[in-house]
Design a protein around this ligand. Sequence first.
Ligand code: ADP
Ligand code: ZN
Ligand code: ZN
Length: 693
Amino acid sequence: MTTARALRGPFDYRLPLELREAVNVGSMLVVPFGRREILGVVTALSEHSDISTEKLLEPLRALDQGPPTLPLELLALAEWLADEYCSTLARALTLVLPPAATRRLSGRKRRLAPARAQNISVGARSATAPELTVEQAEALADLSDALGEPSAQTRLLAGITGSGKTEVYLRIAAQALERGRGVIVLVPEIALTPQIVSRFLDRFGETVAVLHSRLTIAQRREEWRRLRVGEARVCVGPRSAVFAPVERLGLIVVDEEHDSSYKHEGDPRYDARTVAARRASDSDALLLLGSATPRPESAHATADRPATTVALDASREHPGGNDRSHRADRPRSSGLLRLSRRVDGRPLPQVSVLDMCGHPHGLHPLTSSALAEVRATRGKAIVLLNRRGWSNFLTCRSCGRVWGCPQCDVALVLHRASATVACHHCGHRERTPTRCTCGSTSVARHGTGTERLQHDLIATLDDGEFPVFRLDADTVGDGGGGAPQSSGGGVARLLSRFQKAPAGVLIGTQMVAKGHDFPDVTLGVVLDADATLRFPDFRAEERTFALITQLAGRVGRGGEGRVLVQTIAPNARSIVHAANHDSDGFLAGELQRRHALRYPPYSSLIRVVCAAEHDAHARAAAESVRAAIVAEADILGPASLFRLRGRERRVLVVKAPPARRAAVIGSVGEAVRSVATGRTHANVNFSVDVDPQ
Ligand code: ADP
Ligand code: ZN
Ligand code: ZN
């Protein structure tokens, strides 16, 4: 969020003699600011200031008992982040500072002697390294060479689910440590992928620092300190771990690199994958992206490109537009590594697409019988339905009214357990209506969410020994506005209950498709697979493909398995390719489509959203921003977005050719700043999202 009130900085202070010895670039100081005391980070030391010496204020003190200084590399990274994401240095610094450094100023009680993190453990663990498969060994050999290169390298490990990618990460991490280099391992969400964390802990012990949302601030600070002083050399964590103060960084692993949780939705709206690429480049480190469903962007950046594609790209890019960009415009050798077989040769499950035309609701007869069979054989199944709640919306049978959110232009979703209808965008809740304003008491419920599905499956399947578990934001304790980062405890407990149960079904939202490794799941079901396709978003196909493929990846790990995909769009490209386990085919088609439409990776997108009470204001502000963008770029909009939290919204989408990315970002940032600080649009909020997800 860029507003007129955002602190810009840096600000000058006069350093008193007694602090001169102790203070360096990267030091943290408590400084007076207006009437407040705030945390300041020293970004530069200078003999001169544009402000006269008498007017300069002095810092009050150095941050007491603080951790060591901020590494210079992270200070530079924050400066880059501020530009790259149209934010401010102050905001960017909050990402790289030690946990809660700012909060300590408010005099909160500190916990003494922080305990090391308790680690969640689900799944098999073994500290001994297995012998590598041929494919793993080949991949490792290439990575080993890449690690030895003096300059930064990028590799994409495209390995099908269960092909042993984690073992490759562990081996290359061990090599980085042997070379005296530090390691960062990014995972989508610790709670959903605890196995990878325990495997790093088992292999490397105390030298691993784990950062996750369940740690107290004191624990996080302790992990930060251990990394900063070199007691820990490997950091495993979600997207924010990309800012870990790892010294002599030699390797960054991004596991499940397709996962959208790598994008941060607060200010600055950074993408941990882009930041990882930048850090790798700054440290001459190896960036290793891993996934069974790589992003088109990553496949494009690491593939041998046929000459025609290169020529087409080149014609659109400005040869002179050198903007220190660290991305696709830089020539690279092929960085694609494949693991095409599951470890020990188990096949991928057979995927059948079930056409739901003619069965608009509920389960296809084949799905019902497959579930019944799993119950009869005391097996396990996973069912994915990417929609929370009981039913999607309510209408009045008499006047047709749809119950909507008073703050947002979206329908309220019924949550039966809490007897409420809720807005999944702003968190608004009200009691379930029993009567319409027209007087009718006949309220119809439409559609099925996970809550109702669980209820229906319990009714048909649960005989006391075949439990139906539900994993979604409501059952693991962070319902409401659809918070993406779930609180870890509930997820870990639920997954562990499903793992320990001798038989049963796990149903849930996309959470059930993430990287768990349960050996005894023999059936996977995707309901309403085209739901994600209906989103008006150029990533809809990519998401749908990934969701089905990832769910299939949870199935048949211990032997036979099969997957059923219910859809009303059985011929959709993403669904057909997912059913054929054809990642290459999907990526090739997707890259062609993106090229034709000039979507990423053939351009960078920047979204500017203007929100105001009245649409006319939002629209006028968006028009002004549009007019103020001086860089040469395609600009779409202002288009309307649905009203959110009581604000009407207009959006501009700016498409920048890869070679002019930095110039266009700079120009958009400048345009928004000038419009936001002017008086004309005082009641409008502006937000800029570079590389929106
Ligand atoms: P992926 O991340 O590619 O889905 P994993 O890394 O989770 O796959 O590996 C799947 C399983 O195979 C894990 O239980 C892992 O311990 C095991 N595994 C990995 N490599 C080997 C190997 N070379 N030999 C035997 N088992 C292995
Ligand atoms: Zn009515
Ligand atoms: Zn709402």
